[in-house]
Design a protein around this ligand. Structure first.
Ligand code: ADP
Length: 496
């Protein structure tokens, strides 16, 4: 099977979140399974400065964008340690900028043009580079027009005739909506600008377009795939998604265990630990973490952690409320690593100043500290309002850091709540709660801390969690089955 990945992020070239992780890891895993994968990316400044060798091909693509004719140069690279080819669309006016999508809290004003061109360039690259492609796998709104182009302007001609497309939604909250006159930039007939196809409450929506025109849809966990079929998590797209329900699949993201694994973690030095001998290594990591954070070095005090974008989605309003209550009353320590909304920077900094023996806050992005927290903490706190998949709970399981999560999206699919039954069955891996309230979070944390004090139960939770296998292999196999099924069925008629 030959798959073209159309995405605006892929590690190590460029990344702003989970999308980059997935598009860097899944192609490599597909290639290991014997499939041909080419990734097409915009040649963002970040990608060109990533330190991976990139070469010019001398091949150009052209596309009309409204009244303009835009030309791009195709560059070629390789996903490190793999056989995956990477094609980068060089168009400096669009992509040679300090950020990918937005600057100082404002989206770039020409995002519609930038990603319309990207969608067309990805399709133009197929014949120009002679790429063998059985299916185009599009990711998020930035590639959302591709399925529509295949079904309209391009699909009547070779080599695009009969080509199938899949769209993966990594987070439905990012929709690529633009004012209606931008429709003229796409070159697509205005007849598609209607509420059943490309229009979304008066705007042109790239994501909705992808949902309507792709031959198959996926999102990054089975529970999120169900949740987005209704309000509020459908974010207004629930109607379009319901109409595509038969073609919508939930496939959980995997973890790169070469990077996120306490047995090989390069940030842990001689404190690395494995599944069967974690106790001493984990205790040393905790001590080192407490030292680094200037918290009292107490092996017995439960250490609770959160590493995250500081955003409403991640449940920080609940965390801040519970932290204050607990810092006053409960003998536990907290560490938060994150950057994001100023209101959370403020509230967390205040807590760290008021309770220096119980609260440590680092308002920065640090991969090193993230690894050391995963290793040194006892409990990982993730009370998300919604969570398409979530990665940190999966890292926590492997590091023997027991997750406390809200039962939503990928969190519900990957953490088994500790109850009498699941403990007896040996399946419990953490604690989960339903209601999005600080009371429900506090109750779940309370259960976790009580279990922490009961050593055999805690050891069982840690060991069961560390044994879980969330590697990419399983998920990549599910994608392969879906590619095969989609290609076999051929293009489906777009909803009209
Ligand atoms: P999302 O993609 O919604 O931000 P995920 O849990 O899927 O959330 O992935 C977030 C990734 O970013 C994880 O790898 C997490 O460790 C990392 N991360 C988030 N904030 C920070 C930070 N301040 N420092 C280091 N890593 C961070």
């Amino acid at each position: 099977m030959n798959i073209l990945f159309a995405t605006s992020e892929a590690t190590p070239f460029c990344k702003t979140g989970g999308l980059g992780d997935v598009c860097g890891a899944l192609p490599r895993e597909l290639a290991k399974l014997g499939h041909g994968v080419t990734i097409v990316l915009p040649a963002f400044r970040q990608a060109r400065e990533a330190g991976v060798p990139i070469e010019p091909t001398g091949v150009y693509v052209e596309a009309p964008i409204g009244q303009k004719h835009v030309r791009g140069h195709l560059l070629r690279s390789r996903l490190p340690h793999s056989t995956v080819d990477v094609v980068l669309v060089e168009q400096d006016h669009f992509y040679d900028r300090p950020h990918l999508y937005r600057v100082e809290g404002e989206d770039y004003r020409d995002n519609c043009e930038r990603f319309t061109f990207f969608c067309r360039a990805a399709l133009e690259a197929i014949p120009k580079l002679g790429l063998a492609v059985d299916a185009v796998h599009c990711h998020d709104w930035t590639a959302g027009l591709i399925p529509a182009y295949i079904k309209t302007l391009y699909g009547a001609h070779q080599p695009w005739r009969g080509l199938v497309s899949l769209l993966t939604i990594h987070n439905l909250a990012y929709q690529g909506n633009f004012w209606h006159w931008d429709m003229a930039l796409t070159g697509l007939d205005w007849k598609y600008f209607n509420w059943r196809q490309m229009e979304f409450y008066g705007n042109l929506s790239f994501l909705k377009t992808g949902i309507v025109f792709a031959d198959a849809l996926t999102t990054v966990s089975p529970t999120y795939a169900r949740e987005i079929l209704s309000s509020p998590l459908g974010a207004g797209m629930e109607g379009a998604l319901q109409r595509r329900q038969a073609d919508l699949h939930g496939i959980i993201n995997g973890v790169d265990y070469d990077v996120w694994n306490p047995a090989v973690d390069r940030y842990l030095g001689d404190r690395r630990y494995g599944q069967h001998d974690y106790a001493a290594g984990k205790a040393a990591c905790k001590q080192q973490l407490q030292r680094r954070l200037h918290l009292p070095q107490r092996p017995d005090a439960p250490l609770l952690a959160a590493i995250s974008r500081l955003a409403d989605q991640k449940g920080f309003d609940l965390i801040v409320r519970v932290m204050r209550h607990w810092a006053e009353r409960v003998d536990a320590q907290w560490v938060v690593l994150g950057t994001g909304e100023p209101k959370y920077h403020e509230a967390l900094s205040l807590l760290a100043v008021e309770f220096p023996d119980r609260v440590a806050v680092r308002l920065e992005f640090s991969d090193e500290l993230a690894h050391q927290i995963e290793a040194g903490a006892d409990i990982f706190v993730m009370p998300s309002a919604y969570e398409p998949c979530g990665l940190n709970q999966l890292y926590s399981l492997r590091y023997g850091t027991v997750p406390v999560v809200r039962a939503t999206g990928g969190l519900a699919d990957t953490v088994v709540n500790a109850t009498e039954e699941t403990l007896a069955a040996g399946t419990a891996t953490g604690f989960s709660f339903e209601d999005y309230t600080s009371l429900a979070l506090a109750e779940a944390l309370d259960r976790a801390v009580r279990a922490y004090q009961h050593k055999p139960v805690w050891a069982q939770l840690i060991e069961t969690g560390m044994r879980q296998d969330w590697s990419w292999r399983h998920s990549a196999e599910q994608y392969v089955r879906l590619y095969e099924q989609t290609v076999r069925r051929g293009p489906v008629e777009a909803l009209g």
